[in-house]
Design a protein. Structure first.
Lengths: 510, 240
């Protein structure tokens, strides 16, 4: 639990594949959801009595509804291609953290109950009966997967452990053994509208504070509007952007870009969260419910476009699933993609020439970019494959003078997860998070030493929070993680001045 | 004895065809409710065909991953493919020209196949990560395939069998005219193991053969913003 003793791994020059040590992470258990967290989401409050039967039935149900799950259970040939690709394995040496090791926790039960070979020759194919111990293993190890999809890049059949983790978590939820962190948060979104449970007035207050800050600094009245009907753009952003560092500096940046672009925009109280933890628990129903808030807000506010702020898994759901879950979006302006990423928006304005930058404002930093897994391997930006790598880099290079990439095999589709994605960003999983960050921290440290890089820029709220926490474990500074739009915010020249008669009056409080 | 083998191959063929067809129907019928291609992914259907082609013929993802596994498995699969093509001549008469032309390649491909399999077996035994994930069946498959390959190569290069009689036996299948199988032990081992493989294939990890074509992370077009993707069970939520 929080504060438990563990050793931070040593960083090495190259990312080395360690030897196996069985059971190093067996002791990991995150807090179990309380009955009310479970019931809010439509799951049993406590572990059901006939859990074995329910779990197998649920597995059968998922096999019949998800082709990915069915094919992935069958197709693995145990070639070992994925075994050295997971950051949690590389950081912990636990073989059950190898993608195939993790999958097999579920596959051996699948084989036992759903295949001829497993029913009649279980020993031959490594099939086993479902037991308490296996449920414990599922609970432990399927909450040590950040669903980052790095394994799926290297699998000759495209087997994606994320899909299998999602299925496992859904089975666990169905027997009443859910994870507190995810399920409590999803409940908050259903009830209040965002992961952090921030009520409307608190958001309004924060946004007013941001307006004041920008005014104090630049004497320009940049607006951060909330619930403005008839605005052109609805901005949906992770709720961490409202108060966490460095997230909020990114939000300030979005506002400045919109201001300079001269577009009308708004945030929404009811859709004050881009994140959607429904994906982490594999629940289509919950993911859909969370997504529908965005559709609802867009309709109520009468906007023409939807733009998403910096958030990795949110962008996966926005880009890949939103049209499915909450579409069709035929009521929006067909000239723009639905939804758009803030980086797509900003780059578009840069290319149109509407934005002016003073890059020297960022000269105290030398930047590298962390490709967030859900953006890199589960979505796209722009019109061409790989736009998700190029567009954020183009934005960064437009606003900074010093930029260097990390090693080629740790970026783009090969990027390493921050270690905190997929519903693991909770203090009770700190050991997993720190150890899982090892490969990314190694690559970052190397580019610091070789190229003099000082800061890591990211476009994901979870990555930002995670790095803030784990950088100090590796002897670095928590402020070395920055938002991409924070860099934009630093460099942007605000040319749309505020006429004196429209100057806001924040009073003289000193 | 020949009729026992005739029966064995009839059963093996039926099990293989029906077993595989059932799995293919299952994969095809199971919906894929969400767009989950591993990106960067092709944005057109043609692009997906190319992606699958590279995956199936060149083992692109495996190549990105570990070169040793890639070399061994590619040698094995391409060797097997040529060997299988060469075997077509035992089932048709007259033999098509392309099959005649690949005969010399198919002959030596047996070495590639066996070498690849041996490499994979060594890797499975000596790399601790791969050893950890291996069940007895994983070793058995390699051994069965190795023995099929080696017994076949033996008959090609060392102790020849009466291939004319073998051909008569198998072409007799289609015409129901029968034919006597030579009672060579190596041939009988070879054929028995092939029949075992055919029977077990639909119940084993060899389902990666149809599986790769149905893998949503590889066969989906990356166009979710442009086209709404909705399956039937998900549509039901919208109606309620």
């Amino acid at each position: 639990m929080a504060g438990a003793e563990f050793e931070t791994p040593e960083l090495s020059e190259h990312i080395e594949v360690p030897e196996l040590v069985e059971g190093t992470m067996e002791h990991i258990t995150c807090f179990v959801a309380k009955p009310n967290h479970q019931e809010d989401l439509g799951f049993p409050g406590e572990k059901v009595e006939n859990w074995k039967e329910v779990a197998i039935d649920k597995m059968g149900d998922l096999l019949s509804r998800y082709r990915s799950f069915q094919v992935f259970m069958d197709a693995c040939v145990k070639c070992g291609s994925c075994t050295d690709k997971c950051h949690y394995f590389l950081g912990t040496q636990d073989p059950k953290n190898m993608p195939v090791g993790r999958q097999d926790l579920l596959r051996k039960v699948y084989r036992r109950y759903f295949t001829f070979a497993g029913k009649y020759f279980p020993k031959l194919v490594g099939a086993v009966d479902l037991s308490e111990e296996i449920i414990d293993d599922w609970y432990s190890y399927f909450h040590q997967c950040s669903q980052c999809r790095r394994c799926s890049v290297f699998c000759p059949y495209g087997i994606d452990t994320a899909e299998i983790s999602m299925a496992a978590r859904e089975i666990l939820d169905s027997i009443g053994v859910g994870q507190k962190y995810c399920n409590e948060i999803i409940g908050k979104v259903h009830k209040i509208g965002n992961n952090l449970g921030l009520p409307g007035p608190a958001i309004a207050d924060t946004l007013e504070g941001l307006e004041e800050d920008v005014w104090d600094e630049d004497e320009v009245a940049v607006k951060y509007p909330l619930d403005v009907k008839g605005a052109d753009i609805l901005l949906v952003t992770p709720s961490a952007d409202f108060f966490a560092e460095p997230h909020v500096d990114g939000l300030i940046g979005y506002g400045k870009v919109f201001h300079e672009a001269g577009v009308s925009w708004t945030l929404s109280t009811t859709a004050s969260e881009a994140g959607n933890f429904g994906m982490f628990i594999g629940s289509y129903e919950n993911m859909r419910r969370v997504s529908l808030r965005i559709r609802q807000a867009a309709l109520e506010l009468g906007v023409k476009r939807i733009v998403f702020g910096e958030c990795g898994h949110a962008w996966r759901i926005a880009y890949s699933f939103l049209n499915t879950l909450a579409g069709p979006f035929d009521f929006l302006d067909p000239d723009y993609p639905v939804p758009q990423h803030i980086c797509e928006f900003t780059l578009n304005e840069i290319e149109k020439g509407t934005l002016e930058f003073d890059k020297s404002e960022n000269d105290d930093m030398s930047i590298t970019f962390h490709d967030s897994c859900n953006v890199a391997r589960a979505s796209r930006m722009g019109d061409t494959p790989g736009g998700q790598f190029e567009i954020p880099r183009k934005v960064i290079k437009a606003v900074v003078n010093n930029y260097h990439d990390m090693e080629w095999d740790t970026i783009h589709e090969r990027t390493f997860c921050c270690g905190g994605g997929g519903g693991l960003l909770t203090d009770d999983l700190m050991e997993v998070r720190v150890k899982g960050a090892k490969p990314r921290m190694s690559a970052f440290k190397n580019v610091m030493e070789e190229k003099g890089v000082t800061h890591l820029a990211a476009i994901c709220a979870i990555c930002k929070s995670q790095f803030t926490k784990v950088l100090p474990y590796y002897g670095m500074d928590m402020f070395q993680i920055v938002s991409v739009h924070q860099l934009v915010s630093n460099a942007i020249v605000l040319n749309r001045k505020t006429p004196p008669e429209e100057a806001p009056d924040y009073g003289d409080d000193d | 004895m020949s009729s026992v083998y005739a029966l064995l191959f009839i059963v093996a063929t039926i099990v293989l065809v029906i077993g595989l067809a059932r799995k293919i129907v299952q994969y095809a019928k199971t919906p894929a409710p969400l767009k989950i291609p591993t990106t960067p992914a092709p944005v057109t259907q043609t692009g997906v065909v190319f992606r699958l082609f590279r995956e199936v013929v060149l083992f692109e993802s495996l190549f990105k991953s570990t070169k040793w596994t890639w070399i061994f498995s590619w040698l094995f699969h391409m060797g097997l493919f040529l060997v299988l093509l060469r075997h077509v001549r035992y089932f048709i008469d007259p033999v098509w020209l392309p099959i005649q032309l690949i005969q010399p390649f198919g002959k030596y491909a047996a070495f590639a196949m066996v070498a690849g399999l041996a490499g994979l077996l060594v890797r499975r035994i000596f790399v601790d990560r791969v050893r950890y994930i291996s069940a007895p069946s994983d070793y058995l498959w390699l051994l069965i395939l190795l023995m099929i390959g080696m017994s076949g190569a033996m008959m090609t290069f060392v102790i020849h069998t009466d291939v004319v009689a073998v051909k008569q036996f198998f072409t007799g299948f289609w015409t129901l005219s029968g034919g006597e199988l030579p009672m060579d032990p190596i041939l009988l081992i070879h054929l028995t193991l092939v029949a075992v493989l055919m029977i077990l294939l639909p119940f084993s990890k060899l389902l990666h053969i149809p599986g790769v074509f149905f893998s949503p992370t590889r066969n989906q077009v990356d166009n979710p913003r442009e086209r709404r993707h909705l399956v039937d069970w998900a549509r039901k939520f919208e109606e309620s």
